[in-house]
Ligand binder design. Sequence first.
Ligand code: G6P
Ligand code: ZN
Length: 543
Amino acid sequence: MEQMTVNTKPIQGQKPGTSGLRKKTKVFQEPHFLENYVQSIFDGIGGIEGKTLVLGGDGRYFNDRASQVILRMAAANGAAKVIVGQDAILSTPAASHLIRKRGTDGGLILSASHNPGGPDEDFGLKYNAANGGPAPENITDRIYAATQGLTRYRIMEAQDIDLSAPGTSTLGQMQVEVVDPVADYATLMEEIFDFDAIRALLAGGFRLRFDAMHAVTGPYAVEILENRLGAASGSVVNATPSPDFGGGHPDPNPIWAKDLVDAMMSDDAPDFGAASDGDGDRNMIMGRGVYVTPSDSLALLAAHAHLAPAYKGGLKGVARSMPTSAAVDRVAEKKGIACYETPTGWKFFGNLLDAGRATLCGEESAGTGSDHVREKDGLWAVLLWLNILAETKKSVKELLSEHYAEYGRNYYSRHDYEDVEAGKANALMDELRGKLGSLPGQSFSGLTVKTADEFSYDDPVDGSRATAQGLRVGFEDGSRVVYRLSGTGTVGATLRVYLERLETDPAQCDRDPQEALAPVIAAADEIAGITSHTGRDAPNVIT
Ligand code: G6P
Ligand code: ZN
């Protein structure tokens, strides 16, 4: 076995986005691309000599090959040990838990989350720090700087390590420990939730359907929902992970999880439906005949979390990303707890969770989680819902109606314009940014602008500042529109338009969101000239 130092040159385009580096798989397979980025992570975090890391991914195409390269590079860079999920598989929340449980110096997660996988689709890699959370911006900045000055990387010449069964082996001086990816995570869930109560609910005839979307949560969901909680066999569908996610988008929203929506809207719908994404950190929640928006789900979970054992003492605070609806703010206000508004990206919750300021966090992009790990967690959200349903003995629909009656309903929708030419998307944002100051007082589609600004965030824990985090326009009646460019795409630009309107009249809380939001939607286009800039007269995706 030989250790090699390979000469290389900086490769352009290795700037981490909202959540690590995501590119077409073929780009990651170009000569030195993966190796350069991995070495830059190692250099950017101050070297890995003597350190222990976790390694795993969502099982997408190239996960297996990339893992072997990373192991050989970790050994050549002097790591003491790498703890790897069997077959290099770990869901993102399970990786976060493993980093924390074993007290490692961080971990590498191979995933492009909900983006499709395969030779012509997407791949990704991100570094999570020792707290188990996605690297904060000061670390990703250092990693990016390292990519730009890289002249060499280190790698061992060695045979593939067998990752197919738990056990320990060595690669040069480095230990490689292969672990069951599900076991520790399942145990953590048993500690957080009342499994007996959920078991009794299911034994009483309550039916559920969990769609793993051919992605990483399949084995986790079968073990937890079917084996440990007794859901009927077959309750978990699309449970076998595949490298291209069965050819689909493993994105749990009403568009990509349409099968689940159809099942939940049918005459024979189960009581509860849910789905998770490629790497297991997102969730979609449905009841019989009803879809719960991520923003509403966060609010409802915040209102009822005390019914689960881990949260019975109440919540220290809650946090949501800026474009997420203010539904949770209303719950926090009533409970008298803090509510933080952060930029988009789970990494911004890390400090609040570490400092014990927030217990529950969530984002409109189908992410919900708590201080049990430092990532959002799809199955955790499903189990918290089940725990609440078991305790209240109410249906999802009843819980939602009661919630709206008590807090009002924040009608909410996100309109995405995908694959817009980057120049056009930037022109739209620049023009809008330029006129923000002149908007207050003006009326658009019958709505008068009250406030208009560009969101920036001062982290209350470490004082760091994040700027340019989205343009927001607030109207006199409390409605709001936010414009933001996606930070996770791999082609062109995606313009996201987030629309929100609060309704406090219980008689008006059962409307179609698109209809209830019609004036805000019209104003959003009028203000930013979406159609004129992009040439699109409708969004491609509405969630
Ligand atoms: C990833 C992050 C989320 C974030 C989302 C936003 O999924 O983990 O925390 O909300 O990206 O994606 P966007 O495409 O809107 O930048
Ligand atoms: Zn994900």
